[in-house]
Design a protein around this ligand. Structure first.
Ligand code: MN
Length: 292
């Protein structure tokens, strides 16, 4: 019989800060001091944009051109529409329920902002951005982009009409997600109707956490409110979720990358000389060119 994954901590959203003028985010890790920089590896960073109403704006809200190297950025839109543009020639718009999975790898420049029409009219906005670390052997992989629309995700209806699972990466009860990942991980949206109860197993050694996107739920009998992050211990496999209201959850679980971390701004390397090299590469134009 599978043993329970016990809960290490239920973390309230840290005070938010603005990223550019478009993203009001709670940084759950690595800067909240509640979760060590390797505790959720391969997930290095989680910025959560909890629900906010943006008013109409004449200028497109967002973040201007900036570099990334050594990892992947994964942007999940829950409400609102997000556009992006990068120096590798990729661009696109993700809508509600869609995911943009960008591999920065060897390095690129990009900008990310509210989709133009959404920015002009304003409206409800809610998103998550994850930084997924790359193992040392893949840090120099060429930049690429995976547009994972909701329709491309693995879909599983839970019995008795009690909810659904959207598999973005990895596998849930035999249903696979479309994301190509460099190390093993599971990323799901889990939606449960009030009163529904669901059990599932994730490997014991995988770092695992669940962000409550909507509603409230109990996790192995402990209640967590909206916008809270449930961090699990690496001591068992089974998680039972019981929805005390209609709830939407983001489940993150991955095999830790046990390598040194040298993190500075938008660079995530193993050693400081690699960070210095990346800064030089940006300055000498090796990450390409992108107009603001
Ligand atoms: Mn970025």
């Amino acid at each position: 019989m599978a043993t329970k994954k016990s809960i290490e901590n239920i973390i309230a959203p840290p005070p938010p800060h603005m990223v550019g003028d478009g993203f009001r985010v709670h940084n759950f890790f690595p800067n909240s001091r509640m979760i060590d920089k390797k505790r959720m590896s391969p997930f290095f960073l989680m910025d959560y944009g909890s629900k906010i109403e943006f008013g109409p704006s004449k200028n497109v809200r967002g973040v201007g051109v900036h570099p990334h190297a050594g990892f992947e950025t994964v942007t999940i839109a829950y409400h609102g529409r997000i556009a992006h543009h990068d120096s590798a020639g990729h661009s696109g718009v993700i809508g509600e329920g869609d995911v943009q999975w960008m591999t920065a790898g060897a390095g690129l420049l990009h900008k990310e902002y509210h989709e133009e029409t959404f920015s002009k009219t304003g409206g409800l906005f809610q998103m998550v951005q994850l930084w997924v670390n790359l193992p040392a052997k893949s840090k120099k992989t060429p930049p690429k982009y995976q547009e994972i629309t909701n329709a491309k995700m693995g879909h599983l209806e839970i019995e008795h009409n009690s909810g659904s699972v959207e598999v973005i990466a990895g596998e849930f009860k035999g249903v696979k997600g479309p994301a190509y990942t460099f190390t093993p991980m599971n990323v799901y949206n889990l939606k449960l109707n009030k009163g529904a109860k669901l059990s599932f197993s994730l490997p014991k050694n995988y770092n695992t956490g669940i962000l409550v996107i909507d509603g409230t739920a109990k996790f192995n009998d402990e209640a967590a409110a909206e916008d809270h992050f449930v961090l699990f211990k690496n001591d068992g496999e089974e998680i039972t979720v019981e929805a005390t209201e209609d709830t939407a959850l983001l489940v993150l679980s991955g095999e830790p990358i046990d390598e040194p971390i040298a993190a500075y701004g938008p660079f995530l390397m193993n050693h400081w000389d690699e960070v210095e090299q990346a800064i030089q590469d940006v300055n000498s134009g090796k990450f390409g060119v992108l107009e603001d």
